[in-house]
Write a protein that binds this ligand. Structure first.
Ligand code: G4P
Length: 535
């Protein structure tokens, strides 16, 4: 029996209760940046619409800070934006917006309590949405779905709900409902408050039978924005999702009968939630986390947190390295001394910052739910647990098996030192993974990533941040599997076009040219166990 951890003060509990830590995920172009901007705007964190999305004219933006991001008009590296909205303290973790899925996105999703999934209402669920959803499901991250671009011709709302159910297998309860689409779009109907507070043009005002006036929050902003989402409790319970079956197939317009169908769905979801078959929703503050057999509650007194991201050279003027720590429990104080669970060593968290785009602000205190950037502490690596309670060590952040491989070659031997330092730093950040081959050398290294854009990022950052020129030479493999076998390397009967390599911890990995080759090998050699992640 694990003794209960001492609970923190009333201040700590109050601060935790008002925190909301989430990420916005979407297929590129669905509207993630636009929505981020709205959050920032209503939270008063930016003054001017367009300061985040102004990509076209290449102006510098709040969340896209790298040169490459500006050049390509994409968001490569995640940033953390903290701002207040009404009584809440919002921690919005940005995720890369390009079409390659990257491990960075996955790591961000380990640090959030919920995710908002933005869907283009004309396109429905797209590829990237599906992948990101799958990661949220695996991690049990509750999802709110935001159907965007309703002012353009879009699919019928119930058809979109149906697609959520059919493709992602989740039940959804619409919090609000579009009044018309495309040119006829009038605004949204808030199904909780029974008002239409966000109507366009002449249509603005109370709807017949609504029984409420348009409302604004204290800052004068329409209240509906925080509810312009359809919460889709995802992840932990597929079965609950299936039970909310098929309303879209029966009706695609919200008439009185449809309202009845939606009410019925709401009841089903309420019952599922009561039976704890659905995860807590966006309205929930920091979640508890497991450390072996211990459940760590956010309001326990002892500070704990983990590093989910490392980023060097965010500010070209300082060339420093920031470790982003998600505070899981207790209170963070600048200068506090904590144990790094991996090494057992004590470290002082002296230089702590809140990072907003390029801007930094010193952080003296932070609470469970917050993200703190620890600047210049070279001892920290991704996945590290920082703790005041030596009994707590959070699970390692799992790595994805790479699907693309390339050789990274140093093209200027005079700059070898810069090349080596740059590669080491980018490996620490987890931009790519490195693999040892018998003929690897420091000048020519085999690297792997989930998406090929990561190679371009490595090449670009080596040059721009370290002054090292590098060449990327594609390698033929697309499937990686960790090997479990008694056989020695030379006795493993791998096909001629496969390769046996080692990861950073010396574990053996077989690289295959394609899934077919992998299957062919597995069928013939069932004694050699192949795993998608290290054992
Ligand atoms: P992303 O971060 O998910 O990649 O998408 P982003 O917000 O950049 O939006 C992609 C495009 O869709 C942008 O247009 C944006 O203005 C537009 N958009 C986003 N939300 C809505 C919406 O609700 N309605 C309509 N009609 N358009 C929307 P763009 O032309 O690519 O850029 P911009 O010049 O408008 O910034």
């Amino acid at each position: 029996m694990i003794p209960a951890q001492p609970r923190g003060s009333a201040t700590l509990r109050r601060e935790i209760a008002r925190r909301r830590t989430f990420a916005i995920v979407s297929h590129p172009d669905a509207g993630k940046t636009t929505l981020t901007e709205k959050f920032l705007l209503y939270g008063g964190a930016v003054q001017l619409a367009g300061s985040v999305t102004a990509r076209r004219d290449q102006r510098s933006t709040t969340s896209d800070w790298m040169e490459l991001e500006k050049k390509r008009g994409i968001s490569i590296s995640s940033t953390v934006l903290q701002f207040d909205y009404r009584d809440f303290r919002i921690n919005l973790l940005d995720t890369p917006g390009h079409s390659d899925f990257s491990e960075d996105t996955y790591r961000v999703l380990t640090a959030v309590d919920a995710a908002v999934m933005v869907i283009d209402a004309a396109k429905g669920i797209e590829n990237q949405t599906r992948k990101l959803f799958e990661v949220c499901r695996q991690r049990g991250v509750p999802i709110f779905t935001f159907m965007n671009k309703l002012d353009r011709p879009s699919r019928e709302p119930l058809a979109l709900l149906d697609q959520l159910e059919d493709v992602l297998g989740i039940a959804a309860y619409p919090m609000n409902w579009p009044l018309g689409t495309g040119q006829d779009f009038k605004g949204v109907w808030d199904r909780c408050d029974r008002v239409a507070p966000h109507l366009r043009g002449d249509a603005e005002g109370e709807l017949p039978g609504a029984g409420h006036q348009r409302r604004a929050d204290r800052s004068g902003h329409p209240r509906s924005d925080e509810r312009a989402v359809v919460p889709c409790p995802a992840g932990r319970d597929r079965a609950a999702g299936r039970r909310g079956h098929g309303i879209g197939r029966r009706r695609h317009r919200l008439g009185p009968d449809d309202a009845g169908v939606l009410r019925q769905r709401a009841q089903q979801l309420r019952r599922a939630a009561a039976a704890r078959r659905l995860p807590r929703a966006l309205a929930a503050a920091g979640l508890s986390r497991r450390s072996g057999s211990i459940t760590v509650q956010p309001d326990q007194e002892a500070f704990t947190g983990f590093v989910f991201k490392i980023q060097a050279n965010m500010d070209p003027r300082h060339r420093d390295r920031i470790a982003f720590v998600r505070v899981v429990s207790g209170t963070f104080n600048r200068d506090m001394s904590v144990t790094v669970a991996r090494t057992g060593a004590k470290t002082r968290l002296s230089n702590a910052a809140k990072v907003f785009g390029r801007d930094r602000e010193t952080v003296d205190e932070a609470y469970a739910g917050d993200v703190v950037g620890i600047v210049g502490n070279s001892r920290l690596i991704i996945g590290d647990t920082l703790t005041e309670d030596p009994a707590i060590a959070y699970d390692e952040i799992p790595r994805f098996p790479p699907e693309c491989f390339s050789y990274l070659e140093n093209t200027d031997t005079a700059k070898f030192k810069q090349f080596r330092n740059g590669v080491d730093q980018l490996l620490e950040e987890g931009v790519v993974q490195r693999f040892e081959q018998p003929d690897s050398s420091r000048q020519r290294q085999l690297i792997g990533a989930v998406g090929p854009l990561q190679f371009e990022i490595v090449q670009y950052r080596l040059e721009s941040e370290y002054g090292a020129a590098a060449r990327i030479v594609p390698a033929p493999w697309t499937v990686a599997r960790w090997v479990e076998s008694e056989l020695a390397d030379r006795d493993l009967p791998l096909p001629g076009d496969a390769s046996l390599v080692r990861d950073a911890l010396g574990r053996r990995i077989a690289l295959f040219v394609n899934e077919w080759s992998l299957r062919y090998f597995s069928d013939r050699h069932p004694g050699v166990k192949l795993h998608v992640s290290p054992q």
